[in-house]
Write a protein that binds this ligand. Sequence first.
Ligand code: SP5
Ligand code: ZN
Length: 342
Amino acid sequence: MKTVFSPRHAGHAGQTELVGGAIVPGFENPMRARHIRERIEAVALGPVLEPVAHDIATAKRVHDADYIDFLPRAWPMWRDAGHETPAMPFVWPVRGLRADVPPKTVEALLGYYSFDGGATFVEGSWEAIKSSFDTALTAAGLVEAGERAAFALCRPPGHHAGTATMGGYCYINNAAVAAQWFRDRGAGRVTILDIDYHHGNGTQEIFYVRADVQMVNLHGDPLTEYPHFLGHRDERGAGPGEGFNLNYPLPAGTGWEGWSAALDDALVQVAAYAPDILVVSLGVDTFENDPISAFRLTSGDYPQIGARIAGLGLPTLFVMEGGYAVAEIGVNAVGVLTGFEG
Ligand code: SP5
Ligand code: ZN
């Protein structure tokens, strides 16, 4: 399997995040991509290609134009406002406040375009965000050109990013951009299967009223797990999209038995939809030792996940999302891919 990967992810480094009232080093760091890349070489998964630059207009097919235009401006505005720390949102237009009047300062705009404080900017962030977008589209191009599968080693991840909101380490929704790109290139139906520990709230929001992109999510129950405010079982799509959004919230502590049973059910639903292309939002924060998650999958489980997904027999684009047990992230993520290849 071919991988697309950009060294330009590495400038997105040194971010901080708020955990329990304390500012700590970000869990989403450059070592993640480095370990996956090394594992690809160690197991000789296949060639690693650099992405081709794509027009950012493609991101505006699933995101609001003003939101995308803000992303490259966030860090320069923050720096010019005199800050020396990473740019972090801290005020949001939630219930009772007005979200219809775009504000003018960078502090306010960061909140206007986010749902949490988890998407922060440093000097190299935009270059990394753009390279991650290019990586997804370049890998999508490989699948469109006839590869059975391709791996977009994206960093930063994307599935929490909604139409006009960043959050949860995500800025541009790489999987959603790729799915839309397949549609625009003639695919009739696309499925996004999201197996990251966290619900793919951004992807769900983007496709919620659409029948041409099926969204299937396995994740920690939002009653106790991040992102908390989307991902319940009764969210099944709306209007023409009714029935094309499927959520499998699972309790913290779920291990292989419960998780794989949900996967098997999900795969039956995907097969019934009969998409032309499958996009997998591949997070491995379902791992037992993940520092911010609570499922109990083991490294031996990941190849089995890949094998079961391969059973669909669909052209498949894997897009990297989360996974924070850095020492094992390479074995786990690449394990899915080698399991897929059989
Ligand atoms: C792409 C992705 O996986 N984003 C995840 C973002 C999670 N952000 C906040 C998680 C808060 C979890 N708190 C549990 C801390 C346990 N020590
Ligand atoms: Zn996650």
